[in-house]
Design a protein around this ligand. Sequence first.
Ligand SMILES: [Ca+2]
Ligand SMILES: [Ca+2]
Ligand SMILES: [Ca+2]
Ligand SMILES: [Ca+2]
Length: 253
Amino acid sequence: MQILHKRHSINIPNVSNTQLRLCFATTLLFLPAIVPYSVGAQNLLVNGGFESGSPQHFFPSTTGLWATDPALFVGNENGVTPLEGMTMMRFLYTYPDPPEASAAIGSDLRQLVEATSLAGATVRLTASCNRVTGDSQTDTEFRLYIRAYAGDLTEFNDNFPTAPPFIAQSSVDLVSDADPGTWETISLDWTIPVGTDYVSVLISARENIHNDLAGVEFDGHYADDIKLEIVAPTSVPQASAHRSWGEIKQSFR
Ligand SMILES: [Ca+2]
Ligand SMILES: [Ca+2]
Ligand SMILES: [Ca+2]
Ligand SMILES: [Ca+2]
């Protein structure tokens, strides 16, 4: 039996090598960037369960660490058991240096995340919070933020708090119950705006009931298991943000 193999070919009339290369370069220019993250596959935060190391005071200027106001990573205490793993984060004060109470009402922990390739992606930010029962002056509120910034994240520390201003933000509040045996979870979905270079994730315990100016500001307030995950990938072409047209043409010579 004779087997006939068909070959399919495409003839491109009168197209020079240079034209073909420019056509290929144009295609590359408008292809969506290859995102090093995939949907739902990973927590973009490092140490989201507060299982290792210790939080730093003052503002971060690098990715992968929790920093700003005084806090501790602790195990079981005050009738509260970590939701995830062996340890959780305890909020201490609202002023970082020196660690002390102040007229401020928010005790904030931040982490910066490189997000150049995430602009246009939708992310889900989730955190769980818990507290002691306390008394009539025990604060009850927590707040979860995500903020987008343009620029160099290594300058975040130096420029805070006057700059850099964030491009956009989203936040969600939680009023916790008085049962230390239960964790309350908050979550938000947000599309990272085009032009974002990095984001900060911020979890805050808030003195919504009694603003202590000295001494103990929070009677026993905790967070655990913070996650930042992609729920929809970016469809924004980004190659042009990193390579100029001239650079692309040059690479084909
Ligand atoms: Ca944990
Ligand atoms: Ca609770
Ligand atoms: Ca205070
Ligand atoms: Ca207080």
